[in-house]
Ligand binder design. Structure first.
Ligand code: SF4
Ligand SMILES: [Zn+2]
Length: 440
């Protein structure tokens, strides 16, 4: 039986990409979005496999005044890999000049600037990007496949310019995986780059893409690796591959599917995960604590015993806390711990600048970033070190995007020069690239 969940929302026509009215409904367990373009007719697509999950995390509303705390800038569309699933590798698109990006960064009112691609480290002037972001009082993130980070001297040069964090793509411990999806075995290079990040003490977000039938069985191993290395791995992102642009997935996982698979592998009931480990996200929507149907964060607290993760909830966390403060001091040293404190206060003053603009909305968002940094600081100081944030992400695509449900905290520069919500921008670029061949 069909039950309507949303009568009036907005999606995109998967043919012409124009905004069209849409309806969301469920049939048995699954949630669908249905829309009609005046020119291209009706379309229907699955939005979630689990209606209860959808009801729990859907926002059912849209902010009239979205605020972006993060701006992602693809600084080049060139890349030194040619992954089969890539949506953003177009060597024939020329690099924009540094001055173009400086202008965008100086006008951006948010706090975090992500440098992405293609592969951003192919730009020789990347250190200048990092230092400009630093001078602007903002936080820099590098989104990379990590191949250039094998060169410790290069990574050190970025760190010296003030690089704050690295989003490092790491999808598998299997050489065959890399041969299959990237045409070459780059596992050892990935491991070496990770070792450099650890050595230079650079905050690293491990970004994993899950491909149905290829690497989902590795969820637990990757989680344990990240958890054991949480002195420098500050977050684990598990994202399902989505059929965007030229990548035609043979199947796809929705957010609830990722959480279900993770729950089975770490042997913690799904409901317990969502009840005891749910964590706050820096997001404008306070009501839902920042989670969306495409983006849920769990704060995994516990200890590793052999290859088993033993969750720690309630009072035991205090013991873990002190143990972890000890680890923080041992692994990072007092100086690094104090430096982290200084960075935190810098951000605090940066965020406070928003007050001058007099917008309650901006202050509120600034406070979300502030809260996230506060958690990071305490992770280091007081052993939230026993905790690893794990984010489960499924991107919407042209078929099932509901513009009310996409995370509005992160913006991305599109290939045509617009700044849009991240998920919308990815789909928008797909239209831009229609008919163009991806680089080999
Ligand atoms: S997905 Fe692969 S080919 Fe595409 S930008 Fe990333 S590393 Fe390069
Ligand atoms: Zn259309």
């Amino acid at each position: 039986m069909r039950t309507i969940l949303k009568r009036n929302t907005t999606s995109l026509c998967p043919e012409c990409f124009k905004q069209v009215p849409a309806v969301v409904f469920c049939e048995e367990e699954k949630v669908f979005i249905e829309k009609e373009c005046p020119q291209h007719g009706p379309f229907s697509s699955c939005l979630e496999n689990n209606v209860n999950f959808y009801k729990r995390f859907a926002s059912f509303s849209v902010s009239p005044d979205p605020f972006f705390h993060t701006l992602v800038l693809p600084v080049t569309y060139r890349c030194n890999l040619a992954c089969s699933y890539c949506y953003a590798h177009y060597s024939d698109l020329p690099d924009r000049p540094l001055g173009y990006f400086k202008e965008l960064i100086s006008q951006f009112k948010g706090v975090i600037v992500g440098l992405s691609g293609g592969e951003p480290t192919l730009r020789e002037d990347l250190p200048e990007f990092v230092s400009y972001i630093k001078k602007s009082g903002k936080i820099s993130s590098l989104l990379t496949n990590g191949l250039r980070l094998v060169d410790e001297r290069y990574l050190r040069s970025l760190a010296l310019e003030g690089l704050d964090s690295v989003f490092f793509s790491f999808d598998s411990f299997s050489k065959d995986f890399y041969k299959l999806t990237k045409g070459e075995d780059i596992l050892e290079q990935k491991k070496k780059a990770l070792a450099n990040l650890e050595k230079l003490n650079i905050k690293t977000v491990l970004s994993v893409t899950i491909y149905p039938g290829i690497n989902e069985h590795e969820l637990k191993d990757i989680f344990l690796f990240a958890f054991r290395n949480r002195h420098y791995i500050t977050q684990l992102r598990l994202r399902s591959a989505a059929p965007v642009c030229h990548y035609e997935a043979s199947g796809r996982y929705f957010t609830s599917d990722l959480i279900r698979m993770f729950s089975k592998q770490v042997n913690i009931e799904e409901e317990s995960l969502l009840k005891y480990f749910i964590g706050r996200l820096p997001h404008f929507n306070l009501k839902r604590e920042g989670h969306t149907i495409h983006h849920v964060q769990l704060l995994m607290k516990g200890v590793c015993v052999g290859d088993t993760f033993v969750p720690v909830v309630s009072r035991n966390a205090l013991i873990g806390t002190f143990l972890c403060l000890k680890i923080a001091l041992q692994k990072k040293g007092l100086l690094a711990v104090l430096k982290e404190g200084k960075r935190f206060f810098n951000i605090f003053f940066h965020v406070n600048k928003y007050k001058k603009f007099g917008s309650f909305f901006m202050i509120k968002n600034g406070m979300h970033i502030f809260a996230t940094e506060f958690i990071n600081l305490f992770k280091l100081w007081f052993g939230f070190f026993s905790m690893l944030p794990v984010r489960f992400i499924s991107w919407p695509t042209k078929d099932n995007i509901d513009l009310e449900e996409v995370d509005r905290g992160i913006a991305q520069l599109t290939q045509s020069g617009d700044i849009l919500n991240f998920c919308h921008a990815i789909v928008f670029d797909e239209n831009f690239n229609k008919g163009r061949k991806r680089s080999a």
